[in-house]
Every structure is written in structure tokens, then in C-alpha cells.
Design a protein around this ligand. Structure first.
Ligand SMILES: [Zn+2]
Length: 233
């Protein structure tokens, strides 16, 4: 059976390895999330341009149909004007023809405006599709990176976690609790005494204490200055 000091040293090594493994993933998971959001924004942009273009297409069809209707109606009214019985009827038809002409001119104006809008939207859509494609590539790259790193890491993390669990069973509960408590303040909860000093805070460890540590490998000693667990040299 290993001494408490040895077990704490091993525990501390495992924990710092686990910390490193998790740290290596860094902000990659966040980067993936950001890339996903960017793709969403770009696809909404693309969809909006597509929807606007469809509306324009519909307007073009409807206004074209309306222009044909107007033309028919005008021809019809022109015919009727030959057969009027009085001036009043003639004026009424003239008035109606003028209204149709106004409507036609209004449609022409709208068609011109929409034509410009359509051109702009078409280039916006083209640009947007390119950006979306780039964004999707970027996301796929980040996802691959994350998958490959965490894949390699998962085995290692699993192995160390298992080893840690075994060790945790061998260490007295109260000491383990103390170790965990110290770890909330110092990631390196258990440190070696080097050159008669705590290697966590570099303050001197009294010689008498060092002798005591050597004689009692199953007692936990804390640095009086920083509170880390001290491990023998
Ligand atoms: Zn210390």
C-alpha cells in the first residue's frame, strides 16, 4: 500500500493532467457555437433575399397580367366611344380611359423601381450565398477540429478519471475532502517541498517540519503560509 503522501502526489499529477487535457480544448467549443450562430445569421440573410426576390417575381407576373387587362379594357372603351348617345356618355368613357392610363403609368413606374430592386437583391443574394458557403465551411472545420481533439482526449480523460476514482477510494475521506477543498483555491493543491520551501508559494518550511514529514508519510501536512498540501522532496 502506498503512503498517503505518494497517493496525494499521484492524485495531484492526475488532476493537473486532466486540467491540461480539458484546457487544450480551450475555447474551441465556444468557437463552434459562434460559427453555428454565424451560419444561422447568413442563412437567414439568404432566405430573406430569396423571399424578397420571389415577391418581386410575383409582382412582375401580376402587374403584367393587369397591364393586359388594362389594354383589353381600353380597346373595349375605345369601341364604346364610337357608339355613345351623348356627350355625357362620351365624357364618362374618356374619364375611365384616363384612369386606366394613370394606372398603367403607375404600374410602369413600379416596374422600373422593382427592376432596380431586383438587380440589387440578385447581387445581394449571390454575395449572401457565397458568405453562407464560407461560413458553413468554417463551421465544418471547427467541428472537425473539436471532434478530433476531444476524440483523442476522451480516451485519455477516461483513463485518468478511472485511475483517479481508484485512488480516491484508497485515500481517507476526510483527507480527500480537504484536498478537494484546497483545490478550489489552488489548482495545484499538493506540492513538493523544494529546497526546504513550499513550491506553491515559495515560503520556507521549518526544518523540524520536514523531518516530521519524512517520519510520518501517512499524515497530511499543509503549508502554513498558503495552505497547500506539502509533499516530501
Ligand atoms: Zn505554500
Amino acid at each position: 500500500m502506498s503512503s498517503l503522501a505518494t497517493m496525494l502526489a499521484t492524485m495531484s499529477d492526475i488532476d493537473s493532467t486532466l486540467d491540461d487535457l480539458k484546457e487544450e480544448l480551450g475555447d474551441l467549443p465556444q468557437q463552434v457555437k459562434d460559427a453555428e450562430e454565424y451560419v444561422r445569421a447568413k442563412s437567414m440573410h439568404t432566405e430573406k433575399a430569396e423571399k424578397d426576390l420571389k415577391e418581386i417575381e410575383l409582382f412582375k407576373i401580376n402587374s403584367g397580367n393587369r397591364l393586359l387587362e388594362i389594354k383589353d379594357k381600353e380597346d373595349q372603351l375605345a369601341q364604346q366611344q364610337f357608339n355613345v348617345r351623348n356627350n355625357k356618355e362620351f365624357d364618362a368613357i374618356t374619364n375611365e380611359i384616363e384612369m386606366l392610363r394613370d394606372e398603367r403609368n403607375k404600374i410602369y413606374d413600379e416596374q422600373r423601381t422593382v427592376g432596380v430592386k431586383e438587380e440589387n437583391l440578385t447581387s445581394i443574394l449571390e454575395e449572401s450565398k457565397k458568405e453562407l458557403e464560407e461560413a458553413q465551411k468554417g463551421l465544418a472545420g471547427k467541428e472537425d477540429e473539436l471532434t478530433s481533439i476531444s476524440h483523442g482526449h476522451n480516451d485519455e480523460i477516461l483513463q485518468h478519471t478511472k485511475q483517479r476514482a481508484e485512488l480516491a477510494q484508497a485515500i481517507p475521506v476526510s483527507i480527500l475532502a480537504e484536498y478537494e477543498r484546497i483545490r478550489t483555491f489552488h489548482k495545484d493543491a499538493a506540492v513538493k517541498v523544494k529546497k526546504n520551501s513550499c513550491s506553491g508559494c515559495f515560503s520556507k518550511v521549518p526544518p523540524q517540519r520536514i523531518v516530521e514529514m519524512r517520519n510520518k508519510p501517512d499524515t497530511m501536512f499543509l503549508c502554513e503560509h498558503c495552505g497547500r498540501i506539502l509533499l516530501g522532496e
